[in-house]
Design a protein around this ligand. Structure first.
Ligand SMILES: [Mn+2]
Length: 352
């Protein structure tokens, strides 16, 4: 499989999704993927002690890229001491090999020869692990966030890539990727593309996914158990939110509200409400979906989703929030009714 790295190769045979990947890549300490690959291999060989960290509240891509790299080093450079530091991860990811080696405490006085930062838009987001990264003898940053300006001694940041796991894949030797390493990388792809549904799902992403499945990845298990599976309580509150949802603006906007009382009644917390707004958005004819849940101080956290016709990040920014054109969020004071009505008027303006 071509890894779409050399720009010469690009000009000879442009493939749209590879070009997307090439757009706006920020390199620090290297000039190309090819050079990056070589230098990273060299740094791993030179180092005796290596550490890997990702961003705070680690998600599927953060966990996948960190464990993918960990497994790759453990498989191919067996004489290295390599450690992985992440905040505690959800138990649904514990099937990934070496996830049991993830920890938060470091040996006293240990300074690493080489430290990797994965899926992290700036060093601040390494949170507690940041000082260990900063003091390491050599630092490598692998990421895909638009806002990442590049940090460390080598940085490879591809805003056009679906995930940090995709960037990592381009830096590995595919022949040396084990099934266990592939499972971690695949988990990262699945999560940051919303199971290959978001617009970042390029042809290249699908080709990588194919290569990973050829390595023996159990795709169905990873998708169902780490992405779709919900607890009984999560299903109850999803059902409740759908049952209570209301269509307004000529059925072009839908909203649902979850109050403090509901939190108490169902004995859930805000993490259990994930995915509700996305499900509301899948209602036929709807241009904007709104999900509001009440915070302890009685104000509301508002999640917004939209089709191409409405830019919800503009609406969220009115309330001091932000996000993307089709997915944004903010916090708003007042009653749920007033918030919904006021947002509806902004939506109406944009739909005119
Ligand atoms: Mn990511």
């Amino acid at each position: 499989m071509r890894d779409g790295n050399g720009s010469k190769q690009m000009n000879m045979n442009p493939v749209s999704s590879d070009r997307k990947m090439e757009e706006g890549i920020r390199f620090l300490g290297v000039r190309s993927f090819k050079e990056g690959k070589k230098k990273i291999d060299l740094q791993i060989r030179k180092a005796d002690t290596i550490a890997i960290s990702g961003h705070m509240t680690p998600d599927g891509d953060c966990i996948g890229s960190c464990l993918g790299l960990y497994n790759y080093i453990a498989d191919n450079y067996p004489d290295k001491k390599v450690d992985i530091y992440l905040e505690p991860i959800p138990s649904k990811f514990s099937f990934l090999r070496y996830s049991d080696r993830i920890r938060q405490k470091k040996e006293k006085n240990r300074i690493y020869d080489l430290y990797f930062s994965m899926d992290c838009s700036d060093p601040e987001r390494l949170r507690d692990f940041r000082p260990w990264f900063e003091e390491a003898s050599f630092r490598i940053c692998i990421d895909h966030h638009m806002t990442n300006q590049g940090f460390g001694d080598i940085a490879i940041v591809c805003p056009g890539a679906s995930s940090a796991s995709e960037v990592l894949w381009d830096l590995l030797d595919p022949d040396k990727v084990s099934r266990e390493c592939a499972e971690a990388v695949y988990t990262g792809l699945v999560h940051d593309t919303g199971v290959f549904r978001h617009s970042n799902t390029t042809g290249k992403v699908m080709r990588i996914a194919g290569a990973l499945i050829d390595k023996g990845v159990h795709s169905e298990k990873i998708i169902n158990e780490t992405f779709y599976e919900k607890t009984y309580r999560q299903n109850l509150v999803l059902g409740r939110a759908l049952l209570e949802s209301i269509l307004i603006l000529d059925r072009r906007m839908i909203f649902s509200v979850f109050t403090r009382k509901d939190f108490e009644f169902y004995r859930v917390d805000k993490e259990d409400l994930e995915g509700i707004v996305a499900q509301l958005m899948l209602t036929e004819g709807v241009e904007v979906a709104l999900f509001l849940y009440q915070l302890e101080d009685r104000s509301f956290k508002v999640s917004l989703r939209s089709t191409d016709r409405v830019d919800v990040s503009r609406i969220a920014s009115v309330y001091g929030g932000g996000g993307h054109k089709k997915a944004a969020g903010c916090t708003a004071p007042g009653s749920a009714r007033d918030i919904v009505m006021s947002i509806a008027s902004y939506v109406e303006d944009q739909l005119k």
